[in-house]
Design a protein around this ligand. Structure first.
Ligand code: ZN
Length: 132
């Protein structure tokens, strides 16, 4: 059964690193397996731009909807997928993490003390001040 928890809004101008937003039961694309350490590295360094809930169905995880939190940062997103298993011993909860978005090939250009990052694959740009 499909569950629509939130409206999926197209924010592609704001999130150029995503090529397809996907629907209520799938992940945005492209995506690849990641881990909690990578997610928390971003979580503690940057502020998320958007968060979203979906019920994602994975062929590899028993084909049922899994509660999934999508956390969109400025140049990538993460999906935190809750896996609940109920056995006679009790309930166990596990989390799988996916990294979502372009695998950027950053090109750097320096202008004074500022450095511009540009990915020619998806068009994502970012700036940082190298005098810090
Ligand atoms: Zn890119």
């Amino acid at each position: 059964m499909m569950h629509k928890l939130t409206e999926v809004k197209r924010v592609s101008n704001d999130l150029p690193y995503i090529s397809e937003m996907g629907d209520f039961n799938s992940l945005p694309r492209p995506f690849r397996p990641s881990d909690l350490q990578s997610f928390f590295h971003y979580w503690f360094m940057y502020h998320p731009k958007y968060v979203e809930n979906r019920q994602v169905i994975f062929n590899s995880f028993n084909n049922t909807p899994h509660t999934t939190q999508l956390v969109y940062f400025h140049d990538k997103a993460f999906a935190l997928v809750q896996l609940i298993e109920t056995t006679i011993k009790g309930v166990s909860i596990d989390v799988r993490v996916f990294e979502i978005g372009c695998v950027h090939q950053w090109q750097r250009t320096s202008v004074g003390t500022k450095t511009k990052l540009y990915c020619p694959i998806c068009g994502t740009t970012d700036w940082y001040d190298s005098s810090d």
